[in-house]
Design a protein around this ligand. Sequence first.
Ligand code: PRX
Length: 654
Amino acid sequence: MDYAGVDGRRTDGSAAGEDGDVVEPLSAFSDRAVASDPELYEAFAEEGPAAWRRAADLLDWETDYETVLDDGDPPFYEWFPDGRLNAAANCVDRHLDERRNQLAIRWFGKRGERRSYTYLDLHREVNAVAAGLRDLGVEEDDVVTLYLPMIPELPIAMLACARIGAPHNVVFAGLSAEALATRIDAADSSYLVTCDGYYRREDAFNQKSKADNARLRADADLSATVVVDRLGDTLDAPLGDDEHEYEAIVDAHDGETVEPVARDATDLLFVMYTSGTTGRPKGVEHATGGYLSHVAWTTRNVLDVRPDDTYWCAADIGWITGHSYGVYGPLSVGTTTLLYEGSPDYPDRDRVWDLIERNAVSVFYTSPTAIRSFMKWGAEYPEAHDLSSIRLLGTVGESITPKAWRWYREHVGGGEAPIVDTWWQTETGAISLATLPGITPMKPGKVGPPLPGIDARVVDEDGEPVDPGEPGYLAIAAPWPGMLRGLREGDERYRREYWVEGEDGWRYRTGDGATVDEDGYVTILGRVDDVINVRTHRFNTAELESAIVGAEGVTEAAVVGDGDGKIVAYVTTRGDVDPDESLREAIGGRLARAVGDVARADRIVFTPDLPKTRSGKIMRRLLEDIARGDEFGDVSALRNPEVVGEIESAVREM
Ligand code: PRX
């Protein structure tokens, strides 16, 4: 991993720790908060891993666990290894006694449709789909790939897989056929659930043709494909012999019950592909018991969610935030989770506020990218709605500026709701750093201290803690329940990618740079590896750059985020090639094919050369500064400093 470039700057471009404010929780909130005992921090510190029983005991176990953590073979840690449970039974069945008629899912579609599922409805459909999948041949431990947009069939299919012990492999619906094929092969998956298409604003997109294409490209032979009829028409193309209509499956198995399969806590619940330090995505594996415990505990204690809430996590289920806090977290604690398929500005820019008002949403969890858009659109949109139902606000995915933090609290939180700025990753599975909203004071712009039981530290290259205010690497020095249990690519890759053995034990590398203040509050500075977070998606720069370089006439490319949710690609071309509009289109097309529309380059800057160190490494940090319009330091150490001025003016002229 490249550790160069931690420079004390935040991912949003402002200076670290620029705002010294401390915001105390209000008693109106604290008095009723789920986590209200300040001793929690000490209790976790004193009890060690055993303290995490509090999380595991939020779940129903088929066989009780005796061991909390087996750390005999680091870094291959096992949480609750002798316990057995089923994730779907925890998210659905166990709520039937107390709240069978309570809504589990409220769904709002792109065309104004609505659907609601009580826990009883959810139970019925999850069982029918589970029975249907079994009928198609899915057995315990078979990986099922789900390629669906934000429709209720996605969480239902996830839970149906969990019920029969078949790990799911959700692929974000906006990814391309090529990306889907790679993930089907890498996960060694023989089953696919997809849909005919989906809507984006007024337009219908053909998802099935992407899936068909992926099938042609994939090495794996899919044994069966299930197709949801999302577009409402009869499916355009007749289905093949090994293709089945989702609705027909539900009808055929309606009323059947499938006994939830008791899984070892360490058995795989799902795999999620994410970008890492190489061009190929990594298959992050999450185990059933530790993951669900950590997710349930943080949904309760950080997001303060209770069963009688209507809770909305705006993230797409195709990524980890939607898995943990759109599906497993809220359903495991028995609340009502709102799912929204549409865009935040369609039909108008008040869509989000309208949904919050109409559904009396009490906890709202979104990203700084979304908050930045809300700010740009203006406070008049939230102000036109009664948002008094909001009790707590959350943010995740990148740093939030103190300014955006204040705007969010003032205009969405009525000036009173606590904001939890939650830091975590696909790999950590669940929230790892955040304030406990009823206990811990907030500092706008800083994520806060590690949660109780999470030994996160900001360290130097040798693993020594850095002084307050000094930039270092965010590391986690002890295992935690939500942690990935490994990588699909194998133990060696898992160890190499994430772990360092230090004098005092094994240390997990997060890939983030950070600072910590005197009170132990962490400020995230951004990634120190080749991963960029843009528009809440995570990309590996090499993955995007290799797609661009494949365009005819392109010689080199470097991709950065501009700090405002956009991707900027710097591209050099062969001397005889005219860098014109058609080349831009070709590059756009290659990115869309290799990754998907989500990877579109918002700006393509043609430049005669890329700034390089004397050893030939592209200076991405410098390119990022230029993209953001930030000041940058001395460039004389570059091999080709003269190119910097040219690049700057090319960017300015765009
Ligand atoms: O760089 C950090 C950033 O998002 C990365 C993880 O991305 P992903 O696995 O896609 O998961 C995103 C949602 C959990 C981290 O390494 N990140 C996440 N949360 C924050 C953050 N950066 C700053 N502040 C946060 N609250």
